[in-house]
Ligand binder design. Structure first.
Ligand SMILES: Nc1ncnc2c1ncn2[C@@H]1O[C@H](COP(=O)(O)OP(=O)(O)O)[C@@H](O)[C@H]1O
Ligand SMILES: [Mg+2]
Length: 484
């Protein structure tokens, strides 16, 4: 706490700490969450702490030293600011750091240059007994923080669409009054703008909505990640099914997220290859929604197909090898996928694999420096160097991820964390031919330089050992046909 110039004030109702600057409170909160995350893992209990940061005036009553020595609290804090901080804290989700407006604005300004931080606006919330709604914000890191609007409670509720529209109507009324009185309407105009922005952000797409005029009819939400939501939709121009991937409304405010999103779509469109999901339309925008459109993959994703036992074991490694071909091709185009995993491999109607989700791609010709060092993708499939420093993730990172995907394909179940704690043992216990094991082990070596030098080298070796494996007493061995 001293590192961040905090002063402990109270620990009866939660834990109250005073800071001179909001940024110190933010840094302390994030360090605290991080430490608790590590502790949670050690004791295997989820210690989800909640933090609320508010900037306001408080009365401090300092207890004389003699009384402190006698066991009295050193510092007493009184004032509305304390209540608000407590309420904001109570609103937070486990692991979340919420802030009110002024604290957020000042901290964000002070944090310029800290690339890893995410700053989100979650809209207005109404505190019980307070008429003016509070704007609630969040700061956090990907992989560490929820980065999602808290649902609220009986005591503190999100202000929903209809109330927001009423607030907007009321702001227009005030603007008119001011204009009629010949006064400046600048402040109220700003308020109107921010309300309109928020109404748009808070809105959700629903089945039956149309995007791009009346071309794409949304049918069903099928995937929902931190950045985007994937919809099954009908392209009314062609009559065919498509997948529409929409950037989340609360992410659209962040230029880096929006840039990364459209870059992913662009890369996917550029990589014209039968093993890459076909992009129908790149980078469209409609009424504030940023989205792109892909061909619909009838077979769903590889993870679901394997877990649902829809693919016979002898086809799973064929699929992994076919994805290897796609990666080899991408690498020749200087595109590193960096998020290869079963959920990012889709299947068409004939179980032909299609690589997707190039949001994290980093072509050698872009700076690539805009990403957080936090958790990207599902961490079990991500190479250690990709987690440490995304910039360092090269071809070897894709070799690692494809290796993990092959392990998943053989295992047939979601991989447990011990696959990275003790890869050697986990692979040794797999039910497959012995000859395959050292190949897998080499692909997922902790050190990048100990892996295969290329995806091609890994796949060639894997194919070789699979083809030469004909031991009849191994019914669970995966016979493999060479992919075209
Ligand atoms: N073109 C598509 N056809 C069918 N399902 C898809 C398609 N694109 C995505 N999905 C489904 O949605 C999920 C999430 O899509 P993805 O592009 O990986 O988004 P995210 O960035 O959220 O991981 C996929 O794992 C898959 O199940
Ligand atoms: Mg994905």
């Amino acid at each position: 706490m001293r590192d961040h110039e905090g002063q402990e004030a109270d620990r009866t109702d939660g834990f109250l700490v005073l800071f001179d600057r909001p940024i110190n409170a933010v840094r302390y909160a994030l360090a605290f969450h991080q430490a608790m995350r590590i502790l949670s893992e050690e004791v295997a209990i989820d210690l989800g702490f909640r933090v609320g940061i508010h900037l306001g005036e408080a009365v401090l009553i300092v207890t004389p030293a003699a009384d402190v020595a006698g066991g009295a609290k050193p510092l007493e804090v009184e004032g509305l600011a304390k209540q608000i901080a407590a309420r904001i804290m109570s609103l937070a989700l486990a692991g979340q750091t919420l802030l009110t407006r002024a604290a957020f604005m000042l901290a964000r300004r002070a944090a310029v240059g800290d690339e890893g931080l995410q700053w989100l606006a979650h809209g207005r919330y109404l505190l019980k007994g307070v008429t003016e709604p509070l704007e609630v914000y969040e700061v956090g890191r990907e992989g560490l923080s929820p980065l999602a609007p808290p649902p609220g409670s009986e005591k503190i509720k999100p202000v929903v669409g209809r109330e927001m529209s009423a607030m907007l109507a009321e702001a227009y009324r005030r603007k008119e009054l001011l204009a009629n009185a010949g006064q400046s309407t600048r402040a109220v105009e700003e308020e109107i703008l921010s309300l309109r922005r928020e109404i748009r952000r808070g809105r959700q797409l629903r089945p039956g909505d149309m995007l791009h005029g009346d071309r794409f009819l949304l049918i069903e939400q099928i995937g929902s990640g931190g950045y985007a939501i994937v919809w099954k939709a009908v392209d009314l121009k062609s009559g065919g099914d498509v997948a529409v991937k929409v950037l989340r409304g609360d992410r659209a405010q962040d230029p880096r997220a929006s840039e990364r999103f459209s870059r992913g779509a662009r890369k996917m469109a550029e990589l014209q290859h039968p093993g890459v999901v076909r992009v129908v339309e790149t980078a469209l925008e409609d009424d504030g929604w940023q989205f792109f459109v892909m061909a619909w993959a009838e077979g769903g994703d590889f993870r679901q197909a394997v877990l649902g036992q829809r693919i016979p074991i002898d086809e799973r490694l064929r699929i992994v090898l076919a994805i290897g071909k796609v990666l080899e091709y991408a690498h020749t185009a200087a595109v590193i996928h960096r998020d290869v995993k079963p959920a990012n491999i889709l299947l068409d109607g004939n179980n032909q694999p299609l690589l997707t989700d190039f949001d994290l791609v980093w072509a050698a010709d872009t700076t690539g420096g805009t990403r957080t060092a936090g958790m990207l993708g599902t961490f079990l499939y991500a190479a250690p160097e990709a987690l440490d420093n995304p910039k360092e993730a090269g071809v070897a990172a894709d070799v690692y991820s494809l290796g993990m995907t092959a392990i998943f394909a053989i295992c047939g179940r979601d991989l447990p964390t011990r696959v990275i704690r003790d890869a050697k043992r986990f692979i040794a216990e797999l039910k497959c031919s012995e000859a395959v094991k050292p190949v897998l082990l080499k692909a997922v070596a902790w050190e990048a330089r100990e892996r295969f030098a290329s995806v091609g080298a890994f796949c060639a070796q894997l194919r070789r050992v699979l083809e030469h494996d004909g031991e009849p007493n191994r019914p669970d061995v995966v016979p493999i046909a060479t992919p075209q």
